[in-house]
Design a binder for this molecule. Structure first.
Ligand SMILES: [Zn+2]
Length: 112
């Protein structure tokens, strides 16, 4: 496997580690395009797949207030990223990798 990470066309810092996962956006051949979403890793219990949760506010006309909503995305996480639950991550849309996975993790935000 090449040591140099691929340029995936978005301005993100390539992970420091390496891997030989064919579905890694940096070291494999998976291309990412479409939506980019930021969220928090909720679970890392699956093999090379994480659940990313995103909270957002939706305005409700009737009550003139916002309600809290959340959405969960299953995303492919290449081993080079070394994700843990609670990490803030950016995920990007890719081709469907399985029944539920159509996103890949492309970066981890540094803890402040
Ligand atoms: Zn990788």
């Amino acid at each position: 496997m090449t040591a140099k990470a691929r340029n995936i066309g978005i301005e993100v810092n390539a992970p420091e580690g390496e891997c030989n996962d064919p579905y890694c956006p940096f070291h494999g051949t998976l291309s990412v395009r479409g939506q980019t979403i930021t969220g928090v890793v909720a679970t890392v219990k699956m093999n090379r797949t994480v659940i990313v949760e995103r909270d957002y506010l939706k305005y409700v006309d009737k009550y003139e207030r916002y309600e809290k909503r959340s959405a969960r995305y299953a995303a492919h996480a290449a081993p080079c990223l070394g994700l843990k639950a609670g990490d803030s991550v950016t995920i990007m849309e890719c081709r469907p990798l399985s029944k539920t996975v159509a996103f890949a993790v492309i970066g981890k935000q540094k803890k402040v």
